[in-house]
Design a protein around this ligand. Structure first.
Ligand SMILES: NC(=O)c1ccc[n+]([C@@H]2O[C@H](COP(=O)([O-])OP(=O)(O)OC[C@H]3O[C@@H](n4cnc5c(N)ncnc54)[C@H](OP(=O)(O)O)[C@@H]3O)[C@@H](O)[C@H]2O)c1
Length: 219
């Protein structure tokens, strides 16, 4: 397996890259700014320059990768088109490139409440709407996929257990980005993760379960 990570310099993406490196899985980390990337990513990650809004950059960036993990996301801005562009058009471009390259598994970091139109997060230029559209594009693509919808993301890890649930069943809670990274990477090898949408949060009082149990428990 060789993993391609889009959004590799992001807070979640860099944790995905770190986990992959720690598991000795070769990784191609796509970045927009090499200098910024070198400061935050491990030396052993292969850095490739690309941009999901530049479709022509993506096939070469994916190179000989066999799986794709996408943790891109529009940053809050005054540009009303930014979630449409990054979270929808950008993801579509990456899916199209992944199909051309014969990618075996596409893991997408989406968001809890992606199906909710009336949600405060949609005040940020309908970000959840565009994430949901991106999810639908992935689901129709024919690629093997796992869509991971985390609750509120935290930079600090903790000892809480991961709670995993089916689409549109979790509506509150948070999760450390490190645990999101672990779920994304485990999805690549857990048979029960294939073609599923999983919602995840972390809860102190929840029983600890293996990743196999977590993915198997989701319809
Ligand atoms: N914040 C939350 O509580 C929360 C909750 C649930 C889900 N989510 C979702 O989880 C995902 C990860 O969130 P995060 O906070 O870890 O992300 P983040 O730190 O904001 O990182 C976003 C990444 O996307 C990259 N990116 C933006 N535009 C791009 C483009 N045109 N081409 C290539 N890469 C591009 C950024 O690259 P640069 O470094 O070059 O800018 C960065 O690496 C996002 O999709 C977010 O919406 C967030």
């Amino acid at each position: 397996m060789k993993a391609f990570v889009a959004g590799a310099t992001g807070e979640t993406g860099r944790r995905i890259v770190k986990e992959l490196v720690e598991r000795n899985i070769p990784v191609r980390a796509m970045v927009r700014d090499l200098e910024q990337a070198r400061a935050v990513l491990p030396d052993s990650a292969q850095l490739v320059v690309g941009d999901v809004l530049k479709p022509e950059s993506l096939k070469e960036a994916i190179g000989d990768s066999t799986v794709v993990l996408c943790a891109t996301g529009a940053k809050p801005s005054f540009d009303p088109t930014s979630p449409y562009k990054v979270d929808y058009e950008g993801t579509k471009n990456l899916v199209d490139a992944a199909k051309t390259k014969g990618i075996e598994h596409f893991v997408f970091v989406s968001s809890m409440c992606a199906s909710k139109l009336f949600h405060p997060l949609n005040l940020f230029w309908l970000i959840l709407v565009w994430k949901k559209k991106a999810e639908e594009y992935i689901q129709k693509s024919g690629l093997v996929y796992t869509i991971v919808r985390p609750g509120g993301l935290k930079n600090e890890d903790n000892n809480s257990s991961i709670v995993m649930s089916s689409a549109d069943t979790l509506f509150e809670g948070s999760i450390p980005r490190t645990k999101v990274a672990q779920v994304c990477i485990e999805a690549l090898t857990q048979a029960a993760s294939r073609n599923k949408v999983v919602e995840i949060v972390a809860k102190e009082e929840a029983p600890s379960q293996s990743f196999e149990q977590l993915f198997t428990g989701v319809a």
